[in-house]
Design a protein around this ligand. Structure first.
Ligand SMILES: NC(=O)c1ccc[n+]([C@@H]2O[C@H](COP(=O)([O-])OP(=O)(O)OC[C@H]3O[C@@H](n4cnc5c(N)ncnc54)[C@H](OP(=O)(O)O)[C@@H]3O)[C@@H](O)[C@H]2O)c1
Length: 440
């Protein structure tokens, strides 16, 4: 029986979970792999801190660099989080030719290109299954299971906090601040929730999936991001009446049009609250669960569902990478299929202005004859078609809601038309615009 010697940096939620999972299932892994996972050292910030998962004091150190350079450590597991020291640690390990397993989506989003280039140069791999959708093995799906497919569509509900909040808003009819406060109390949302609620965590994950699916590293600055702060209980209710559920959806869509002189069409990579038809399976992904829906040109539609975060789900993903890395070390190979291979030189992200979508628009208007005609005239002039108009009953007062469902239009055209509509004297509040996905 061979042994793989692990140096783990980070003993918090995920690090503790990985240590615990190795205690529980290390023997099972060894019997499956012929390699025993052995933790040699663990770095934490404070070695005296009381921890939920008991880690022997002899393993702990506050010096992360000594873990990497430890002569017995042949595989480094980065679970400290952040992008500065984590980058330094990952580069240091790769330079020493030691493979690295990471769960750090922020690190990969910001420095993925540099880190994969360093891995390529060093001959050691960088593994990152736990960085996207926790317990769902979606990296392996894209990297191995669907390798013979062009990925034409990928839709992900990849942030458990937002999904929990939107689910509770739908079920309870409550607005975001109230539900968010509950989520914080129950531990489903951070005290400082903006990374989740403003869509940046989903952006990190969707960028990684888009990069892997399309073979070029997507710059996070090019990903269009809208979080869920603007979603109200009223819009969730109206969407429901129209047969839709609102989800924070990451979308990676290969454009069908191939611009002149290009071998690869630009890819839509975005994160925004989206109306999903209730008949679509993603509409039923509730609470903290995640799901990724992938369409390959050969396989067709596929769906992956599970817990997207948390100690055990994330530890499970880290163990999967440990197994891959251990086998590579055992056979003195790089992975049969390396974790990321840049293969699309002409890859580019489609500017949001050119993304075509359907829309839900809620206006607050004066209830008077001619109002709809003036709004419709602006849309008609912009060549934007209305598919239906609903004026929900039971609303009285100076202004009433008017809901428009809009046919396919570019984001640029839609934004310009809405600016004009907002200036009409009969329109009393800033229009609400949400995009609708029909999964064509
Ligand atoms: N939590 C999840 O559900 C989840 C899911 C998927 C991915 N991830 C990713 O996994 C990573 C870890 O997340 P986490 O939730 O486990 O974070 P965490 O609970 O805050 O744990 C971070 C650990 O790193 C240690 N650490 C921080 N800076 C250090 C330094 N300079 N030197 C040595 N040790 C240091 C901390 O030490 P102390 O314990 O002494 O403070 C702690 O043990 C992040 O990249 C996160 O994005 C997390």
């Amino acid at each position: 029986m061979q042994q793989v010697n692990l140096g783990i940096i980070g003993g918090g939620t995920v690090g503790g979970g990985v240590f615990q999972a190795i205690q529980r299932n290390g023997e099972l892994m060894a019997s499956r792999l012929g390699i025993w996972p052995n933790v040699v050292k663990m770095a934490v910030r404070d070695v005296h801190k009381k921890r939920a998962v008991k880690i022997p004091k002899t393993l702990l150190t506050a010096d992360w660099s000594s873990v990497i350079s430890h002569p017995e450590v042949n595989l480094v597991v980065e679970l400290m989080g952040g992008t500065t020291t984590a980058r330094e640690a990952t580069l240091q390990a790769l330079k020493l030719g030691k493979p690295v397993v990471t769960a750090n989506k922020a690190l990969l989003s910001a420095h993925g290109e540099e880190l994969f280039a360093a891995a390529q140069k060093s001959g050691a791999n960088l593994y990152y299954e736990a960085s996207v959708a926790g317990g769902i093995p979606i990296i392996k799906v894209l990297r191995e299971g669907l390798i013979g497919n062009r990925i034409t569509r990928l839709y992900g509900i990849v942030n458990g906090t937002c999904n929990y909040v939107l689910t509770r808003m739908k079920l309870g009819g409550a607005d975001l601040p109230q539900v968010l406060a509950d989520a914080q109390r129950l531990g489903y949302a951070e005290a400082e929730p903006s990374l989740d609620i403003d869509g940046y965590d989903a952006m990190h994950k969707i960028g990684i999936l888009a990069s892997l699916a399309h073979g070029f590293w997507v710059n996070p600055k090019e990903i269009y991001v809208e979080g869920i702060r603007g979603v109200t209980a009223l819009d969730i209710q109206f969407a429901g009446q129209l047969g839709y559920t609102i989800k924070l959806l990451g979308i990676v869509k290969r454009n069908d049009v191939l611009p002149n002189g290009r071998t690869c069409p630009p890819i839509q990579v975005s994160v925004y609250p989206t109306l999903i038809p209730n008949t679509h399976v993603l509409a039923s992904v509730n609470h903290v669960f995640n799901a990724v829906y992938v369409r390959g040109d050969i396989v067709g539609d596929t769906l992956y569902y599970g817990r997207g975060a948390g100690q055990d789900a994330t530890a499970s993903a880290v163990l999967s990478d440990l197994a891959d890395a251990a086998l590579d070390l055992k056979h003195k190979t790089r992975s049969r299929i390396p974790p990321f291979v840049p293969h699309e030189r002409q890859g580019a992200v489609l500017a949001m202005a050119h993304v075509i979508s359907r829309y839900y628009v809620r206006l607050s208007v004066v209830d008077r004859p001619g109002t709809l005609a003036r709004i419709a005239a602006i849309l008609a002039k912009a060549r934007i078609g209305i598919s239906s108009v609903i004026q929900p009953e039971g609303h009285e007062g100076e202004s009433v809601p008017l809901i428009l469902m809009i046919h396919d239009a570019s984001n640029e055209a839609m934004q310009k038309a809405l600016e004009k509509i907002a200036r009409l004297p009969v329109v009393k509040e800033r229009p609400v615009m949400l995009r609708v996905e029909n999964f064509d």
